[in-house]
Ligand binder design. Structure first.
Ligand code: C2E
Ligand code: CA
Ligand code: CA
Length: 893
């Protein structure tokens, strides 16, 4: 206990000694005070430098994160577009840009072509006329293939008239030549909002700079300097080219105010952030305390010197008398009372501690700082100790003991002190032993308490910003990761488990599109509040970006309670939200991964939640799904299959089977449908249902489909004259310009007459809305090739597609034939037959398996049937036998 630090009683000596003492006090106290003030002055400046450095670093991280987000998109977009610039319809590009745009705070996103003209933009379709070929960033990207992300100098947007920052990446053609660029226009205003929220004192500034010296953002606002270039300023020349992040004192370039400035340079982007604190602000606190301390010291010195001199005279006068001792003590008490008076004239809290007795004198301000009236607290060190925050207590004591022992020149410590009304005040305590006895023991310490709550709050705010989402105040990705690591560590150490919920809003984009950005932001804030309301204190809710949220729920691994929790989240989010009179509703899909002792590391665990989210979305939105290792297994299986498929396409691992198509009138075989089979080396025959979608996704269908057309034509050419062959053609094949040529080549090579070839296409082909594809269908039809509409009834607005192209045949999907016993289904089949008749098209019933079904479709009026009732798909030689065997028998009948 500090109160136990004692001193031995000092004895007063003769009046001569007192005079010497008076002289020592008169010179000593001012010297000590001057020394202390000098130190405090240096300390204030050093503190300001640290704070400027911290602020600029935090803002630098903030800016870097903002640019990373934009760059990630631009990079992905540039590589996506690069190889297929000519094949993606502008409408689709616009949609992709628009989708990204609505989730961002960007002003616009555009694709610029190689001549500098806007080809597509996010906010309008078609793109409005704009040419940027004269802009420097365009020329840089055009001329330097490996330049990476370019942040251009700010420009006045030609479409908006606003100051904007172009951020762009180059798009390469497949051969590496320049195809154009994708550029986002960033409105520096978004940074202004963040900077405006930081309080570093009235004279402080926060700036975002372009590396070329152009000022992009200034807080507080000063519109006339935005966009101006300061590359010729001393501040720029001496610190920016050298990327010097050390705080320095200089005049602000915009207003000539003296400040401490710290820069933070962004890695990989031509930007830097400057945080500056004004010298006047920094020294204001010090100046106040210096004035006060000066006054106190002056008063104290005078009082002490006078007291000592008076005492000396008194002793002299009464040397012969016998009441000398008591008089001097009276005098001492008197001087201490005066001292107390002097102490109370300051502004910061002052204290004066007598180590022998533990008595402490506090200034009025000291009481005021803690919300007490003067003298309301017993003036004893014991009491003071009770006021220090328990968490700070140990440190405060240790530093004090070190100083009292003479190990440190001054005592200095930041700690919290309890206020009368509750809560704590952050204080900076400084003090110094002002007298020691002849053995060196400390007798008295004098010091101050300064209220630094505001500074601590600003520091806390900056730390908070680095870890939280600016819009919702929820944890950001960085903090979420940290919490996830903590939860995992605790699971490994103590076996307590937790759950991660990856959440994604289902229809957020619609709200953003229809009600606008501010409404979208408001909605996100409401959702954030609702999420906060359903979790407990130890849980974490984070916004990971856009409309993506994540929750860590601690202390649970049992699926039932997690399901229950997920259900509560879904209900809470799904409540209607009032947005300025508009009612919006969004739903949420949730993927869940459970964290246990055995869990993999954080990244993988989160990926699990993400995989589960993906599945929840696929299962129909507004639901939740637990991570299931078999989902991963599916992915692995697929990539294996893809490898094999690629192999089979290049080496020829396929055969065609042929299924007879029978005319209803005379039950004669009119032709065959060619159906692919994959002879897998280890897995045997694989169904097209399994590999066609994969072949479509990977583009392998192009080569495979071409082989099927050639093979079918070749086969059919050997059949009796009028038997025709039907080949399935995927929508993907029609997106490629070469299909028409492939068909022509196959016909020429095989010598098959065009009218014996039938192409089966599905509605999805017409849904691509490709004029070129429809035109090529028309030309093929003109040659005599018949075009059939396959799987009719399974698509969307079938009738409108029938109007888009004059099909020769409609094939009613198997599912209708299966259910044809049901009167409603029978009515649909009847209606389709009616439409077919009106369009002059043949109507084929697919998947006829039983006699009853055959009777039914006959009654409804179908003209052709195909199905297991007659034959499964069979190899070519058998198909030929089938046709031969059946035809004569029919003829004979
Ligand atoms: P699809 O064009 O609708 O072909 C008819 C499917 O129904 C064939 O399945 C056939 O075996 C089956 N089927 C025929 N009659 C019956 C029946 O009575 N009952 C039942 N349950 N099924 C019957 P498969 O051969 O498995 O082909 C599946 C799909 O794969 C085809 O559906 C087609 O969309 C696609 N496909 C097949 N070959 C090719 C091809 O060369 N190119 C393209 N692009 N797609 C193909
Ligand atoms: Ca078909
Ligand atoms: Ca079909």
């Amino acid at each position: 206990m500090l109160s136990r630090i004692k001193r031995s009683d000092a004895k007063l000596s003769l009046s001569g000694w007192l005079r010497v003492a008076a002289l020592a006090v008169g010179l000593g106290i001012p010297a000590v005070v001057t020394w202390t003030l000098n130190r405090q002055y240096d300390q204030s400046l050093a503190d300001a430098e640290t704070r400027a450095g911290n602020t600029s670093r935090a803002l630098g991280q903030h800016a870097a994160r903002s640019f990373e987000t934009i760059d990630t998109f631009l990079r992905a977009f540039a590589s996506l577009v690069g190889s297929r610039a000519n094949t993606i319809p502008p409408q689709a590009l616009h949609a992709a840009l628009h989708e990204q745009f609505v989730q961002s705070h960007l002003n616009n996103i555009m694709v610029i072509d190689r001549d500098g003209r806007a080809a597509v933009e996010a906010v309008a379709f078609p793109a409005r006329p704009l040419n940027v070929s004269d802009r420097e960033y365009f020329q840089a990207l055009r001329d330097q293939p490996d330049i990476g992300l370019v942040v251009g100098s700010p420009i006045i947007g030609r479409l908006t008239g606003k100051l904007l920052l172009p951020v762009a990446r180059r798009i390469d053609n497949a051969d590496g030549s320049f195809a154009g660029l994708v550029q986002a226009m960033l409105d520096p205003e978004t940074f202004q909002t963040v900077y405006g929220g930081i309080d570093n004192g009235p004279g402080a500034t926060l700036n975002l700079w372009h590396a070329d010296g152009t000022l992009l953002v200034r807080s507080p606002r000063m519109p006339e300097v935005i966009g101006r270039n300061y590359a010729d300023s001393v501040n720029y020349r001496e610190h920016v080219p050298a990327r010097d992040e050390k705080p320095f004192w200089s005049r602000g370039v915009t207003d000539r105010v003296v400040r401490v400035i710290a820069y933070s340079f962004l890695d990989g982007y031509p930007l830097y952030v400057g945080a500056a604190l004004s010298r006047a602000d920094v020294l204001a606190d010090w100046r106040r305390s210096a004035l006060m301390q000066g006054a106190v010291a002056g008063g104290l010195t005078t009082v002490l010197v006078i007291a000592l001199l008076l005492l000396a005279r008194e002793i002299e006068q009464r040397q012969t008398a016998d009441a000398q001792t008591s008089a001097s003590e009276t005098q001492l008490r008197l001087s201490e009372e005066r001292l107390a008076l002097a102490l109370n004239s300051g502004s910061d809290g002052l204290w004066d501690w007598d180590l022998a007795t533990g008595a402490i004198q506090f200034s009025d301000h000291w009481f005021g700082m803690l919300g007490y009236g003067s003298g309301e607290i017993e003036p004893h060190i014991r009491v003071w100790e009770d006021f220090v925050h328990p968490d700070d207590d140990e440190r405060a004591r240790r530093l004090m003991v070190e100083h009292v022992k003479g190990l440190t020149p001054t005592y200095e410590c930041e700690y919290r002190m309890r206020r009368k009304i509750g809560g704590y005040v952050w204080t900076l305590a400084r003090g110094k032993v002002v007298s020691r006895d002849e053995t060196g023991r400390a007798m008295r310490i004098v010091g101050t308490h300064m209220d630094i709550t505001r500074r601590k709050e600003a520091e806390r705010q900056i730390a908070f910003m680095a870890m939280h989402d600016g819009l919702t105040g929820l944890a950001n990705r960085a903090l979420f990761r940290e919490k996830l690591e903590q939860s995992l560590a605790s699971a490994r150490r103590q076996g307590d488990s937790f759950a991660i919920l990856a959440c994604d809003l289902d229809r957020f984009k619609a709200v953003n599109d229809t009600l606008g950005h501010p409404a979208g932001d408001a909605l996100l804030r409401v959702i954030a509040d609702r999420l906060r309301a359903v979790v407990c204190d130890e849980d974490t809710v984070a916004r990971l970006g856009g409309d993506e949220f994540a929750v860590i729920v601690r202390g649970t691994d049992d699926r039932r309670s997690v399901s229950f929790f997920a259900q509560r989240v879904i209900e809470a989010v799904g409540q209607p939200v009032d947005l300025d009179g508009h009612t919006a509703t969004v739903s949420v899909s949730i993927g869940i991964a459970l964290g246990t002792r055995a869990s993999p590391e954080a990244d993988i665990l989160f990926k699990h939640a993400d995989t589960a989210l993906y599945r929840a979305k696929a299962l129909g939105r507004n639901g939740y799904s637990f991570y299931d290792p078999s989902v991963d297994a599916e992915v692995a299986k697929r990539s294996l299959l893809e490898r094999d498929l690629r192999d089979a396409v290049s080496r020829g691992g396929f055969v065609l089977l042929y299924q007879p198509i029978v005319a209803m009138t005379d039950e004669r075989v009119g032709g065959f449908e060619a159906l692919l089979r994959w002879q897998h080396p280890t897995r045997g025959a694989i169904s097209p249902a399994e590999f066609i979608p994969l072949a479509e996704e990977t583009g392998l269908i192009i080569a495979l489909g071409e082989w099927a057309i050639r093979e079918a034509c070749h086969e059919a050419a050997s059949w009796q004259n009028d038997l025709h062959v039907a080949v399935n053609v995927s929508a993907v094949q029609f997106q490629q310009p070469g299909l028409e040529q492939v068909v022509l080549d196959a016909l020429v090579a095989s010598g098959l007459s065009p009218h014996r070839l039938e192409l089966e296409i599905t509605e999805s082909m017409l849904m691509q809305d490709s004029e070129a594809a429809v035109a090529s269908l028309h030309r093929l039809k003109g040659l005599g090739v018949r075009i059939a509409l396959d799987d009719f009834g399974t698509g969307y607005s079938s009738l409108s597609y029938l109007r888009r192209f004059p099909f020769d045949k409609i094939k009613i999907d198997r599912s209708f034939i299966r259910d044809i016993g049901d009167p409603d289904t029978a009515a649909i089949v009847r209606a389709i037959v009616g439409i077919g008749a009106r369009l002059g098209a043949t109507v084929t019933a697919e998947g006829v398996e039983t006699r009853e079904q055959l009777e039914q479709v006959r009654q409804e009026g179908c003209t052709e049937v195909q199905g297991f009732l007659y034959s499964k798909p069979i190899p070519a030689p058998e198909a030929l036998d089938y046709a031969r065997a059946q035809r004569p028998s029919r003829k004979a009948a």
